[in-house]
Design a binder for this molecule. Sequence first.
Ligand SMILES: NC(=O)c1ccc[n+]([C@@H]2O[C@H](COP(=O)([O-])OP(=O)(O)OC[C@H]3O[C@@H](n4cnc5c(N)ncnc54)[C@H](O)[C@@H]3O)[C@@H](O)[C@H]2O)c1
Ligand SMILES: [Fe+2]
Length: 381
Amino acid sequence: MHSFDIKTKIYYGDGALDRLTQIPYKKVMIITDPFVVQSGMVMMITSRLDEAKIEFEVFKDVVPDPPIDKVVAGVKAVMDYKPEAIVAVGGGSAIDSAKAIREFASRVGGLDNIALIAVPTTSGTGSEVTSFSVISDPQEQRKYPLVSESLLPTEAILDAELTRSVPPAITADTGMDVFTHAMEAYVSTQSTEFSAALSEKAIEICGTFLLRAYLDGNDTHARKKMHIASCLAGLSFNAASLGINHSLAHQLGAHFHIAHGRANAMLLPHIIEYNSMITKNSRSQKTYPRQVEKYCTIARLLGVQNFNTVTTIRALVAWVQFMLREMDIPLSISQTGKCTRAEYFKAIPDMAEAALQDACTPTNPRQPSKDDIMEIYERLW
Ligand SMILES: NC(=O)c1ccc[n+]([C@@H]2O[C@H](COP(=O)([O-])OP(=O)(O)OC[C@H]3O[C@@H](n4cnc5c(N)ncnc54)[C@H](O)[C@@H]3O)[C@@H](O)[C@H]2O)c1
Ligand SMILES: [Fe+2]
């Protein structure tokens, strides 16, 4: 027996932020990052809370790849203020921080029943509808995906107006994160017709609108579409989970602070090759593993289907590489300038071990060995 549900109520479209004037809470804590406050974007939230006479406080210490100590500081702030709801405003880092803060305030501090309203300002992680929260331990150089139904936000508000200020490089990185979620969920061992339908729509939207949003940040139509795609892909992987693309990307974030979406994007061509077992030297076969057929469907959705299975997989890899070049995303670690060759190769065994243990690995369509993962990292240099 299977089940499928969407627990988070989703408000979306023009004026979606007005939902904040209707929420049934009188005391809320806004959890966000310094950019949202300094840019004045937070006023789009606070003006609505003021209008509804809702009391609020702002915790603005979220940093990218949220580390444990910031979560602890957030738990303390929540314990002191005792809000009825948390409004998380920002990218995946702000929403993941809020999820973890609420969870620990409940488990450790006994503050149950705090509602969580997630308001994403990037079109990327889909965290507003997932039961994942990715927390970093800088000392151990690890990123841990926490997975629990209790992390699911109560409500998500998708207003693409908030994404207009996202600069091109972050549009590119976060947009490729959306695409990677949709793809990994699609080929996951836990994929179902329900999750596949969500992935297919997200992939189709990325194919048409990601480059448009990158090239013109004021293309409102493209921004709106990508904001929906991000949520659709989130719903998909929340049901079907992810794969080793994310497992390997988490370690690149933890060790070298490569932005999450960027790490995913750089890995994607290598992971398609690994999972499909098709490289540029491959010849056609009589039969292919199930994930190869799925990759071919993705290629069809993107309009790059070719005359046979091998050439279609190659076209899919070429499409991803084309997107990376178009959006100025490096194709290799050496191009990022984040570390020396020696530093990178020294970290590979440790990264491979952690990737093997990552919560996203079990649902990958092909189970890797540590050597397999080390080889992928080596090729990425
Ligand atoms: N919970 C999940 O399901 C899930 C899924 C994938 C990734 N993640 C995690 O989410 C984090 C990445 O989130 P992200 O990619 O959204 O980036 P982010 O939240 O780290 O933000 C990246 C940068 O973009 C800025 N920014 C955010 N919104 C902006 C806006 N509207 N205009 C201008 N700048 C803006 C931020 O201030 C920050 O400097 C990682 O820690 C990753 O591991 C979580
Ligand atoms: Fe992701």
